[in-house]
Structure formats: structure tokens, C-alpha cells
Design a protein around this ligand. Structure first.
Ligand SMILES: *Cc1c(COP(=O)(O)O)cnc(C)c1O
Ligand SMILES: [Zn+2]
Length: 413
């Protein structure tokens, strides 16, 4: 059984009391993205801090009463979630009281997207649907391919002609049926939409499927639990479509309704300077407008975000903020994060850390506050961009004297 009460529309606000699966508001059509509403009073009877203490399932399934899925279909999935929350020892360097990194690059396919993809797989099984499809060049697709492989489901992934090689490799090795579409992402999306309707496949095109944000919210549930429910003042996360940040808000919102935390952290959404529709909408207090997609952070290069309402509400309702960082700041942050914390993050994930650094330099985040930065994807996803800022290693003969001269000259060793 699930504890769903119904669905409310993020556009017109109408509430639909039903347990039957809904995707879009019938009144608002394509724009009518729905929010799943839970019966918190019922959840309280089966879910608490004490229950969690005795729960040995270290995956997102430990939060089952707060998820829109049936337990029986969760068996046999990859182990998604319960990623490490690492405390930084560099408080002096960053001038901050307390800083944690939630390393979601350590999920099974190396990104936070696993939290949504595993839910999509379970929903497909519930609906007796053996094939899942999506259009993506990035982590949504590679995580779907991996999670589907484990659960015995087929995947059809539509990618634009020029897909990044690292993530394409993941798709192929997981055995996805990859269709290259002659054209850009919009063309790939368009064919996927027609094909999904024609063949009746399960749709993992993120934003519109309200189940997926519920998977992503588990990152917030974990941050809270790993901090003994003493949540930080700020949570920092990078933003593309707006689903991840929407999920972060929803997770803390749930816990507040259950009286398990005292406040919702302020949420800082970070975008790339060359692709910043949420930032523009937020600072100018107006609806989202399409922007260019000029950034190396491919996972957040989303000029037309598909979850505008949830992405803006997360920041507004938590009294947080949006800010932008340049590609140069992103790459600098990537290097610093790797060198001083031992975490290798892909550019989109490094953007969140760059955002934290900027927020400190502008004193948006105060020194006496506590912060958690979410690392949404692993650096091995994109070594090409990382190598552009790294030095080639030295090449020496098998000669100790030469090595000694090298260390003297370089003052290394
Ligand atoms: C998808 C993704 C994001 C942003 O999530 P949205 O839901 O698109 O806002 C950030 N970082 C990484 C690594 C991602 O894959
Ligand atoms: Zn509506």
C-alpha cells in the first residue's frame, strides 16, 4: 500500500483525491505538473526516528512510507541512496562554521539521477510495462539504463546526434536500445514523445512525471537523518530542469509535516552564467524565459527548464536564493574540491560548490551558518573537461638523479 492522498496541480492548485496514478492536470494539460500529496497522519503511525534507527536497509527504500511505490516491486533493485555525508575539515579555508558534502556521485551509476530512475523502474513494473523510454544525453538516461538492466526491463533511449561519449558508453554497456536522432536534443525529445505514445512504453521524461521528484527527495531525507535531524541552515544544489531542487524542498517539507525537523533549510540554487533561466526569473521576479545553453556543465545546460514552478518554489518557500557561477569558477571549484576534500565531481556538480564559495564571498551565506553542498554527479562522467585544466605529468628516464633534480627544481616531493 502507499500513503498517497492525491495530487495537486502546481498551476491551478486543484486537488485530485485519488490513489490511481496521474501524470498531468487534466485542466492545465501539458503545463499542469502535479505534486503528490501524502497522508502524514497515517504515515506517522508507521514511520518515525525510532523506526529508522532499527531499519538496516541502507538505501532509499528505508523511506518507503514516504514514497509512491509498492514494496513488492522494490526488491531486486540496485542499491540506490544512503550516499556518504562527509564533513569538511577546511572550515578556516572557507570561513564557515560547518560544511558537509553529500556525495551523490557514489550512487550505482554515479549520479543523483539514480534516485529518480529506480522509482521509474518500479512504476513500470507496477504498471506491467516491460519497456521504459526517455530522451536524454546525460545522467537521466545512463541511470535509467543501469537501473533497468538490474530489474530486467528494456530501455529505449533517444539521443541527439552529438551525445557526450562518456555517458553514451554507459548507455551502451548497460544494454540500452540507443536511437541516435539526426538533429539536436529537441528533435530527440520529439521523436521519443511520438514513439512513447505509439508503443505504450513507460515514460521517464523527467519533469512531468510526479513520481520522479519523490525519488529525488530522498537526498534531503538522508541529509536530515545523517545529521540526526539537526538540519543545516543552507543546502546548496545545482539546477537544470528544476526537479532536483524541487525534490530537495519536498524531502524537508515532508519531515517538517511529520515533526521530525524544526525547520526547512534555506535552499541555494546554483546555475551556470551561460544558462540561467531560473536565476533570471528569480532576481527579476518574473516568469521563466528561454535562455542560451552556453556552459561546459552539460547536466545543467537546460535553456527551457521543464519544472519551472517546483524549481522556483523550492527557493522562494525556503527563503533561499539563486545565484550564477561562470565556467571558470566551476572548473576552479572542481579542482579545489578534489584536492582538499577528495571528491571528484562532474562540472554540473562542481557548480554547487562554486556557488557555495561565491555565496560566502558575497556573505549571502554567513560564517556562523551551517551548510550542506550536494554533489550530484561523479567526475569520471566527464574527464574531457577536467583534463583541460590539469597539467600533463612529467616524463623521466629510469634515472634516480634525474628524479632528484626534478623534485629540487619543482620544489615538489
Ligand atoms: C540532472 C542533474 C542536475 C540538475 O537536476 P535538474 O533536475 O535537471 O535540475 C545537476 N547535476 C547533475 C550531475 C545532474 O545530472
Ligand atoms: Zn491544473
Amino acid at each position: 500500500m502507499t500513503y498517497i492522498k492525491g495530487y495537486s496541480c502546481t498551476i491551478c492548485g486543484k486537488f485530485y483525491e485519488t490513489k490511481a496514478e496521474m501524470v498531468l492536470c487534466p485542466d492545465c494539460k501539458d503545463k499542469g505538473i502535479l505534486e503528490i500529496e501524502f497522508d502524514y497522519e497515517k504515515i506517522k503511525t508507521v514511520f518515525s526516528k525510532e523506526v529508522l534507527k532499527d531499519n538496516k536497509d541502507y538505501s532509499i527504500w528505508r523511506y518507503l512510507p514516504l514514497l509512491p511505490v509498492e514494496e513488492k516491486y522494490t526488491k531486486g533493485s540496485l542499491r540506490v541512496g544512503w550516499t556518504p555525508l562527509l564533513e569538511s575539515k577546511n572550515n578556516e579555508l572557507y570561513q564557515i562554521k560547518k560544511l558537509h558534502f553529500k556525495d551523490d556521485g557514489l550512487n550505482p551509476t554515479l549520479s543523483l539521477k539514480d534516485r529518480a530512475s529506480v522509482i521509474a523502474c518500479v512504476k513500470a513494473l507496477e504498471n506491467n510495462n516491460r519497456t521504459i523510454a526517455c530522451a536524454s544525453t546525460g545522467n537521466a538516461a545512463s541511470s535509467l539504463a543501469g537501473n533497468a538492466a538490474k530489474m530486467g526491463l528494456k530501455t529505449v533511449i533517444f539521443v541527439p546526434k552529438r551525445a557526450p561519449i562518456g555517458k553514451l558508453t554507459q548507455l551502451l554497456v548497460f544494454g540500452a536500445n540507443v536511437i541516435k536522432v539526426d538533429g539536436d536534443y529537441k528533435k530527440a525529445f520529439s521523436l521519443s514523445k511520438k514513439a512513447i505514445e505509439h508503443f505504450g512504453w513507460y515514460n521517464r521524461n523527467a519533469a512531468i512525471n510526479p513520481n520522479l521528484i519523490e525519488g529525488k527527495k530522498t537526498v534531503a531525507l538522508e541529509i536530515a537523518e545523517q545529521l540526526d535531524f539537526d538540519v543545516p541552515d543552507w543546502v546548496v544544489v545545482s539546477v537544470g530542469d528544476g526537479c532536483t531542487i524541487g525534490g530537495v524542498y519536498k524531502g524537508f517539507y515532508d519531515l517538517l509535516q511529520l515533526n521530525m525537523i524544526k525547520k526547512i533549510p534555506k535552499i541555494l540554487g546554483v546555475q551556470a552564467l551561460g544558462c540561467d533561466p531560473f536565476y533570471q526569473a528569480f532576481i527579476n521576479d518574473k516568469p521563466l524565459e528561454e535562455t542560451d545553453e552556453f556552459t561546459i556543465a552539460d547536466s545543467i545546460a537546460v535553456g527551457i527548464p521543464r519544472n519551472p514552478v517546483k524549481g522556483l518554489n523550492a527557493v522562494k518557500k525556503s527563503k533561499g536564493s539563486y545565484l550564477v557561477v561562470s565556467d571558470e569558477e566551476i572548473m576552479k571549484a572542481m579542482k579545489l574540491l578534489a584536492e582538499s576534500e577528495g571528491i571528484f565531481a562532474e562540472p554540473a556538480a562542481s557548480a554547487a560548490f562554486a556557488g557555495f564559495i561565491k555565496a560566502r564571498s558575497e556573505n549571502l551565506i554567513k560564517e556562523e551558518e551551517t551548510v550542506t553542498v550536494i554533489i550530484t554527479g561523479n567526475g569520471l562522467k566527464d574527464t574531457k573537461n577536467a583534463l583541460t585544466i590539469l597539467e600533463e605529468p612529467v616524463l623521466l628516464e629510469d634515472d634516480l638523479e634525474e628524479l632528484i633534480r626534478y623534485f629540487k627544481k619543482e620544489k615538489r616531493g
